[in-house]
Ligand binder design. Sequence first.
Ligand SMILES: Cc1cc2nc3c(=O)[nH]c(=O)nc-3n(C[C@H](O)[C@H](O)[C@H](O)COP(=O)(O)OP(=O)(O)OC[C@H]3O[C@@H](n4cnc5c(N)ncnc54)[C@H](O)[C@@H]3O)c2cc1C
Length: 392
Amino acid sequence: MFELDSPFKALSAQCQEWGHDFRAHALELDRDPEAIRRYFDLPAVRFLATMGIPEEYGNRPEPIGGHRFHGDRALERVVIMEELACADAGMLVASPGPLLAGVLLEVLGDRRQKEWFYGRMLADPLWTFFALTEPDRGSDASGMRTALTPGPDGTGLRLTGAKRYVGNACRAQLGVVFARTGPGPLGVNAVLTETAVPGYSAAPLPMIGLRGARLSTIEFDGVEIAEDRVLGRHLPRTRRGTWAFVQTFNRLRPGVAAIALGVARAAHTYVLTHRRSLRPAERERLDGIGRRIAATRRLIHAAAAAVDADGGNGYLASAAKARASRLAEEVTLEACTFFGPGARLDHPLLDKLARDARSMEFIEGTTSMQKLNLFQGLVSGRLERAGSPAAG
Ligand SMILES: Cc1cc2nc3c(=O)[nH]c(=O)nc-3n(C[C@H](O)[C@H](O)[C@H](O)COP(=O)(O)OP(=O)(O)OC[C@H]3O[C@@H](n4cnc5c(N)ncnc54)[C@H](O)[C@@H]3O)c2cc1C
């Protein structure tokens, strides 16, 4: 069984303490996703604003339990995300910072690109975005049509196309965009872009849950991209396209699972706090939920450790993400049953948790996509089947 050591326990305790601020503003942010602009001084928001920036690029977060956590490892991120999402997933995803874009940059960026991007993030809290999904081509990323083509006068490049469901894109200052330069898995590239440039426009989408994420549509109408903003130019071609994206998603996936786990835990804790007396059958049901939460946490931690050891090994992470998103949906709905038929009207936080949980299914790939990945891990033998002789 995977056990966290004491620095990680200190990190978890610190995030739990920071989480009180997140919970205090959860419902306000649900009503107005722009409320986050008033809370840039909260310690958790300040931490997230630079989370993921490695020490060598000048990130010096305050020590926690005698350690500096840069959030550049999957295991650190899952501990942070579970606690902060348990406080409020909306505040977590609304906070500025390099998060998804930073992980891609870590995999694909060269030294100068990282210095530029991280330097901007260290100077000011900025929102970033990570634009992959396109209208009508969500799960099928290989069908993307956004194009990166040479500029009309032969200088630089132009970005043309549309993206959809991209977190924070309507308020971000910087982002990464996936685009095609040619057919096939090697014809996909990622570029860095700023948003205050001609040809870029983004608009928020109405959302039922996780409103802090500010999902947006983006239009790129011939946005100029300098050649040195193309990620992975220093790498062999086979390491730039689909390979890099698989590595990036593998690293992100345990964190998404941890957000779902945090939402499930928030609902479980809500029942424990607000239903002081429970009938034996209710107590049994609640204990069962607690055991499922603990088991999913163990799976997420093992998945994060596997990805940290080998960025190509995201199979367990797929199992963790699929299990955690289902847990979030089931637990938030079951929590409502402890408060009778009017639960979602009488308990606005529970209602919000149930709405937030719904989005977990879609972030970073649906359950069907995770199952396909898991299946590939099993048939290729890279993931051992529990109980098989090889698994011990
Ligand atoms: C809160 C939130 C944040 C997000 N943030 C971002 C972001 O920052 N950047 C970004 O680029 N995207 C983001 N997304 C988009 C997300 O990645 C997509 O929603 C997801 O990839 C699914 O795409 P889709 O919604 O178009 O569904 P579809 O791909 O249309 O899928 C619909 C259904 O069909 C199933 N399905 C599709 N293909 C197959 C198949 N081959 N086999 C079996 N079943 C299949 C799916 O499992 C699903 O149940 C976000 C989404 C949400 C909800």
